[in-house]
Design a protein around this ligand. Structure first.
Ligand code: 7TS
Length: 408
């Protein structure tokens, strides 16, 4: 099945927004956050208009309705990633909080000084800094799977690192800069053979590819709603039940307890043990509708559309003299094209494109070590999603030619 992009674009009101020039906005920054379909916007609106109440505590109709909507969304999200049970899906604020939850709860209970954690050189800061913090606190050791010149993980080096008996392998499923789709199932299989637990940063994969946590055999997997048509302020952590059950709570407070005495408490069962305080209820409802929207399109079709756009974009970008696109060929990457333009700072590229209503991002994209690896401080980055078109790629390319003219 192929996507009907024209129809899809009608679902996203923001794509109708006019620029200063009276043209339609060209949104090429979905890697930072995706736009939201009307169905999600309206579901959240309807929640506040008709069903708003706090969850898990009221016996009144509104509270029951809100609770059912919040838990119903969890069921849909669990199904979307093929989790065996919704108990294994914990709501968090975003991917960052999901990774921090593992670092605070699982890692502080299971890692001691000298224990090895393997990361990669292409991680987002959110899968680096929590481990730096634990290193400072606990004296754990960190090693990194190197990135090759063409933007792939060096799996031979990974195999070598595994002989050192790591306790955890935590890696991004898809790079937010190179677009590289890493062979997650293989990385996990090898980690398990070496006796390590695995954490997948799926911030960029769950929105763009079919992801099946059971097929991957992932121990933990983190993602954010806002990158997959859902609202900001909510994300998820998937975990294997036996790991989650053995873990101490993360934040303490209401809802995460079964019983509290003045001097003690007993934690609640999964998933509530990890959801202290009033959660993002309307956002959970929006998250559930977002996964429903993507399911309806079909994630295979989503991935195929992005592959097509990316192939076209790489072809067009690479024909511009002075443009260098980072990362592997289109068959090994998702819808991300980070590039440099010789003699022009990436921020200038983004700023000049913005004058024509073309939204791309410039900077290190929260992956400073990766940029350092390629001896650059920043890139310009165009990224694509279900509503992106080849016409928009053409506008981007024309815009870059204009930048070249301005800079002589
Ligand atoms: N991991 C990856 C691979 C990401 O791309 C991002 C966000 C995160 C983690 C963190 O997600 P959050 O929802 O917790 O913020 N990436 C980007 C980006 O590329 N531009 O803006 C945010």
């Amino acid at each position: 099945m192929t996507l009907n992009i024209e129809q899809i674009r009608k679902d996203f009101p923001i794509l109708e927004r006019e620029t200063k020039l009276g043209t339609r906005v060209v949104y090429l920054d979905s890697t930072a956050t995706s736009q939201k379909p009307l169905a999600v916007i309206e579901a959240m609106n309807a929640f506040y208009r008709c069903s708003n109440a706090n969850i898990h505590r009221g016996v009144h109709t509104l509270a029951e309705e809100a609770t059912a909507m919040y838990e119903g969304a969890r069921e849909r999200i669990a199904k979307f990633i093929n989790a065996a049970s919704p108990r294994q899906v914990i709501y968090t604020r975003n991917t960052t909080e999901s990774i921090n939850l593992v670092a605070y709860s699982w890692a502080r209970a299971n890692l001691k000084a000298g224990d090895l954690v393997i990361l990669t050189e292409m991680e987002h800061h959110s899968n680096l800094v929590p481990w730096h913090m634990l290193q400072a606190e606990r004296g754990i050791e960190l090693e990194f799977i190197p990135v090759t010149e063409d933007g792939l993980l060096d799996l031979d080096m990974y195999r070598t690192l595994l002989t050192r008996g790591p306790k955890l392998v935590s890696f991004t499923h898809m790079s937010n800069v190179l677009g590289t789709i890493n062979p997650a199932a293989e990385i996990i299989r090898l980690a398990h053979e070496a006796g390590a637990v695995t954490l997948v940063d799926a911030a960029q994969s769950v929105p763009h590819l079919p992801v099946d946590v059971q097929a991957l055999d992932a121990d933990f997997l983190a993602f954010s709603a806002h990158k997959m048509c859902g609202p900001t302020g909510i994300g998820a952590l998937y975990g294997k039940a036996e790991l989650l059950e053995a873990m101490p709570p993360f934040l303490g407070g209401g809802d995460m307890i079964r019983e509290v005495k003045l001097r003690s408490f007993r934690p609640n069962s999964l998933p509530h043990k990890f959801e202290a305080g009033t959660p993002a209820i309307a956002e959970a409802v929006g998250f559930g509708v977002a996964v429903g929207y993507l399911s309806q399109l079909g994630m295979d079709a989503v991935a195929a559309h992005e592959r097509e756009i990316t192939e076209y974009a790489l072809e067009r970008l690479e024909e511009i003299p002075g443009v260098k696109v980072f990362g592997p060929s289109a068959d090994r990457k998702g819808g991300v094209a980070a590039f440099t333009l010789a003699g022009v700072h990436p921020h200038d590229v983004a700023q000049i494109l913005d004058q024509d209503g073309i939204a791309i991002r410039a900077g290190h994209h929260c992956a400073q070590p990766l940029h350092e690896k390629f001896n650059i401080s920043a890139t310009s980055r165009a990224s694509f999603y279900i509503y992106s078109t080849t016409d928009e790629v053409d506008l981007l390319v024309n815009g870059i030619y204009k930048v070249k003219e301005m800079f002589g």
